[in-house]
Unconditional design. Structure first.
Length: 411
């Protein structure tokens, strides 16, 4: 197990809110190896006491060390690591715009064998940039771990087990029985001050191209164990093609929590002419015998009336299987029958009590890959959404509107 973690971007929001608390949870659970150390690094001047304050109560002082770095200067990164013959994990908790510079610098450092570099999403902003990043990693000789934290959710990991360990479901998990699969990532929150990032990303790049297509891979793949997950997911992504799409942005309205908000185009930091969408829907078909005749609907949106992050299988006999991803987290099977009221079977998947990034970090430190996306998966995901983005950029798909707090654009 890797015993040194270099956290680049240690003073940033991701490190403060998620990574350092996750490391603290792993420490409390006794899951970190003996002699484990965290080297926090960023551009700003900070001392070990400052890093301790950022980490709060999560980690013991003797586990922490801070070092100032310049991402374009390999010598400063090497100095932060110090001489070590053991493999290290380097986590890029950084803005996507500096990934390439950081990778180039890391390529000039002779990292110990077995080292791993974790790269946050978004991995590129289109197909060509994703390919460019993959080439850069290969040229630098870097073993990359492409983070998609949704794969670390207890509910998502239980989805794999649900499919693998239930032969009854296996017999009906196909196009002969399933008419439509909905994958939903619907939020009641609006922009919440994230214009600097979101207005350049939009709903499609923010969650649909990565989180939701990873969920598609897990839902539509043949049942698999951890050793074959990437191969099975990749088969699904290679078979997927977009057949239609919608895009929209919210106007002024009242959110589910009662707050009044202005329209997205008038939010501070938003450039209205960029036409960034806060709602995206993509229709997919899979060129796979298992899913002949099944339609896949991926829908993501902000400022909607209900928070729903789930997978919904709509069976041809009008039964439904709803699998909650991140609130509600129940598994609900509704069986249609002669009774006026459908039968419902409910189950709540067991959790570990660890935050999602604790699972991701543990996967990184162990040098395993179950909770990551491969380079091929990242490229295929961009291939799938490329024609959608092109249709939006040329205006072939109208930018619709919907009031904040509503169910979304009218059908």
């Amino acid at each position: 197990m890797i015993r040194t973690l270099l956290l680049l971007g240690a003073t940033g929001d991701l490190a403060r809110r998620f990574l350092l608390p996750a490391l603290g949870a792993l420490h409390a659970a006794g899951s970190l190896p003996e002699g484990f150390r965290v080297v926090g690094a960023a551009r700003g001047e900070l001392d070990n006491d400052g890093l301790e304050q950022l980490a709060g109560p999560h980690l013991p002082v003797n586990m922490l060390r801070y070092h100032a770095v310049e991402l374009a200067d390999p010598a400063t990164i090497a100095a932060a690591l110090g001489p070590t013959p053991e493999p290290v994990a380097i986590y890029l908790a950084l803005p996507p715009g500096v990934f390439a510079t950081t990778i180039e610098s890391l390529g000039e450092i002779c990292l110990p064998a077995g080292s791993l570099v974790a790269i946050e999403k978004p991995f590129g902003h289109d197909l060509e940039s994703a390919r460019s990043l993959n080439r850069l990693l290969a040229e630098a000789g870097i073993d990359a771990y492409r983070v998609d934290h949704v794969l670390g959710l207890d509910t998502v990991r239980n989805l794999v087990a649900l499919r693998r360990d239930n032969p009854v479901l296996a017999r009906i998990w196909n196009g002969e029985s399933v008419e439509q699969v909905d994958i939903l990532w619907e939020e009641t929150l609006a922009l919440e001050g994230r214009a600097g990032y979101y207005d350049h990303a939009g709903a499609l790049r923010d969650v649909l191209q990565n989180h939701m297509l990873q969920l598609l891979g897990l839902v539509a793949m043949d049942p698999a164990d951890d050793d074959s997950l990437h191969e099975r997911k990749l088969e699904v992504l290679r078979s997927a093609n977009a057949t239609g799409s919608r895009r929209a942005r919210y106007t002024a309205g009242r959110l589910a929590d009662g707050r009044e908000v202005t329209g997205y185009a008038h939010e501070e930091g938003v450039e209205p002419t960029r036409c960034t969408e806060t709602f995206a829907e993509v229709l997919l078909e899979l060129d796979a015998r298992r899913w002949a005749g099944t339609r896949f609907v991926l829908r993501a949106g902000k400022a909607l009336s209900k928070r729903r992050k789930l997978v919904l299988l709509r069976f041809r006999d009008r039964s439904e299987l709803e699998i909650g991803i991140d609130g509600p987290e129940d598994i609900v099977l509704r069986l249609s029958g002669a009774s006026a009221d459908p039968v419902e079977l409910r189950a709540h998947p067991p959790g570990t009590g660890l935050p999602v990034y604790a699972h991701v970090l543990l996967d990184v430190l162990r040098g395993t890959r179950a909770l990551s996306a491969s380079g091929d998966e990242a490229e295929q995901a961009w291939r799938i959404v490329s024609p959608v983005l092109e249709a939006w950029e040329t205006g072939d798909v109208e930018l619709e509107e919907y009031p904040a707090g509503s169910a979304g654009p009218q059908t």
